[in-house]
Structures are given as structure tokens and as C-alpha cells.
Design a protein. Structure first.
Length: 334
């Protein structure tokens, strides 16, 4: 839904810009369906404000009434067709309204299509249970009422359908899942420790975070030095590279990772996000999403998945198999 809202909002803004531009002109530009509304052609006639207003409304309505025929195909990460995938369409066919939504499914060859609808833009997304949605590969937006640009793609044809990719899920094990936890942290390096089996802040945890931040100025645009250290006591962590990398490595773990942001950095920012594999005491493996925000409330967020079976490195998650945290005990003893 969020992606759909962004697509529709962006398109409406483009049309509103076109509308504003036309109202400010002393003559009427002629728009064709292949001409982006934000780049009007040379005026061809001088009209009164009322005539301009009427013409603009007619042009916008024409854009929103562009016939749409769409062809797509769903495949998995290896290129094999995905049958029975749910297809969602969102057409921008009304002005200052959300637009019309349609549903469909892919056939046994992964193909799907829709025709007989209208709109200036069409956004498409595909999903199926047992598969992962990949942002940018499982969804796309297409231009019909005006030409394609950096975001809206050229409409596909029956012989060259748009390809959408879903990642097939693998075998899963019951995992302990801590999600969406946020923790305020001092700017002077005082540690905050968290128990990754419960997400609770504790004295001696399985995760320790320290931060040093020099944002003394009230000017939010001023750059400053800051750094933080992420430590797994009596264990270690290693960078996790891929979204679908679910098997923790056997080796390569280090006790901590230090994230440093100097005020002179070319791409300075007040926040950093990292993905890690972690190894806890008792050969417990997990993965951790860590997000540090070194400004404002000055906090960090985590999401973690732990496999409670000692030595088991599979960290692919099925929410239906979530392990209750109280069933096991893991502590960062020192």
C-alpha cells in the first residue's frame, strides 16, 4: 500500500504541476498522449482564462482516459515461471483521487495481462505465499498518458512482457524474533546492553552498544564527529551482505564493529544501518539489523533472529514458527 501511495502521489504532483503551468500561460499548449505534461510544447493560440481552464481540464481528462493494455510475467530467482501469483494493479484514472485497483493471477507459465482499463499511469506488484517480495523487482510503474521517465517505464508488449521476480523461500527453522525495538543511548560512550532473546535492556546482555556524539550545536545542518561500537560479548559478529543470505558463516567473527562518521566526510549522515550475522555463547547463531541515529533523541534500533538450536546456522524465518523467548536462556556472561 505504501508503494502504491508513492506512485499515485508522484503522478498527481506531475499533473498538478502541468495544470499550474498551463494556467499561468497566456496561450494554450497542445499536449499529445506521448508528451509529458511537465514539458509543454510551444503555444499555438492565445485563449481567455476561461477557455484555458476548460482546455486544461479536457487535457487532464484525456491523459487519465488513456487506454491501458498490460502484459507481464512472474519468475523466481532462477528464471522459472511462478504460477498462481497474486497480481495487483493500480491505475491513475481519476484526478485528485486514489484511482482504480484491479486484481489478477499468473497462469501456469507465469504470464498475466489486463486490458479494457484506462489511466495515465499503472503500477503493478506481484506476491505469492512461500515467496519473498523484492522491492524494485516484484513491482514496477508504467507510463501510459505521457512518456516514460526515470521512474515510469515504457509499457510492455504481448511479445515482450514486463518481468517480475519473486524469491522462493527455503527451509525454515523455529527462530527467536525480536522486532522493532528502540533504545535511547547516552552520547558519552556509556554502554547500553540488550538481551537478544527478549529484546529487554539489561545489565549484562548479548548485545552491547556504545556511542560518542559531538552534536553540541543546535544547528541541525551542521556536521559533527560521531561514532558507535556494536559488541557481542563472548561472541562475535560479521557483516551480512545479501537480503536472502540466511546461513550464518562458521568463521570470520570479530568481537565488535565500530562505525565512524567524521564531520569532514564527503557523504556525512547522522544515521547508519548495518546488517550482521552474530554468534552468541553456546554456539547460538543469529542475524541482526542495527540502525543508529546520532541526533535528536539519540537512539538505536534492532531487529534480530536467533536459532535456539546450538550449532544450527539456518536463519531463514517463518513467522508461524516463532519461538517464545522464555523457552531458552542465553546470557552474555563475562
Amino acid at each position: 500500500m505504501k508503494g502504491k501511495a508513492i506512485v499515485i502521489s508522484g503522478t498527481l504532483i506531475a499533473l498538478l504541476v502541468a495544470l499550474w503551468w498551463l494556467y499561468r500561460q497566456s496561450s494554450l499548449p497542445v499536449l499529445s498522449p506521448s508528451t509529458p505534461p511537465r514539458i509543454p510544447p510551444t503555444p499555438s493560440a492565445v485563449l481567455s482564462p476561461e477557455e484555458r481552464r476548460k482546455a486544461v481540464v479536457e487535457q487532464v481528462e484525456s491523459l487519465l482516459s488513456t487506454p491501458i493494455t498490460f502484459y507481464g510475467k512472474v519468475v523466481d530467482q532462477d528464471g522459472y515461471p511462478v504460477a498462481g501469483a497474486d497480481v495487483g494493479y493500480s491505475a491513475l484514472d481519476t484526478f485528485m483521487q486514489p484511482g482504480s485497483s484491479y486484481r489478477g493471477k499468473s497462469d501456469e507459465t507465469g504470464l498475466f495481462s489486463i486490458t479494457g482499463i484506462k489511466g495515465a499511469r499503472l503500477s503493478v506488484n506481484v506476491r505469492k505465499e512461500g515467496y519473498y517480495f523484492i522491492d524494485g523487482k516484484s513491482n514496477a510503474a508504467f507510463a501510459y498518458g505521457s512518456g516514460p521517465d526515470g521512474y515510469f517505464r515504457e509499457p510492455p508488449s504481448q511479445h515482450n512482457p514486463a518481468v517480475f521476480v519473486l524469491q522462493k523461500a527455503g527451509a525454515t527453522d523455529p527462530l527467536i524474533h525480536v522486532s522493532g525495538r528502540s533504545y535511547r543511548i547516552p552520547r558519552n560512550g556509556a554502554p547500553v546492553e540488550v538481551d537478544l532473546t527478549t529484546g529487554q535492556r539489561v545489565v549484562h546482555g548479548t548485545l552491547r552498544v556504545e556511542a560518542w556524539t559531538e552534536d553540541h550545536s543546535k544547528d541541525t545542518k551542521q556536521h559533527y564527529n560521531w561514532r558507535c561500537r556494536v559488541t557481542v560479548p563472548n561472541g562475535g559478529l560479521v557483516t551480512r551482505q545479501g537480503q536472502f543470505d540466511f546461513e550464518a558463516p562458521l568463521a570470520g567473527y570479530r568481537p565488535s564493529d565500530e562505525l565512524v562518521m567524521l564531520q569532514t566526510a564527503d557523504e556525512w549522515q547522522p544515521q547508519i544501518k548495518r546488517e550482521y550475522f552474530i554468534k552468541l555463547p553456546n554456539e547460538i547463531f543469529g542475524r541482526l539489523t542495527f540502525y543508529m541515529v546520532a541526533q535528536g533523541d539519540h537512539f538505536f534500533e534492532i531487529e534480530s533472529h536467533l536459532n535456539p538450536q546450538p550449532g544450527n546456522r539456518n536463519l531463514e524465518f517463518d513467522p508461524k514458527k516463532t519461538v517464545k523467548s522464555q523457552k531458552i536462556g542465553i546470557s552474555g556472561t563475562r
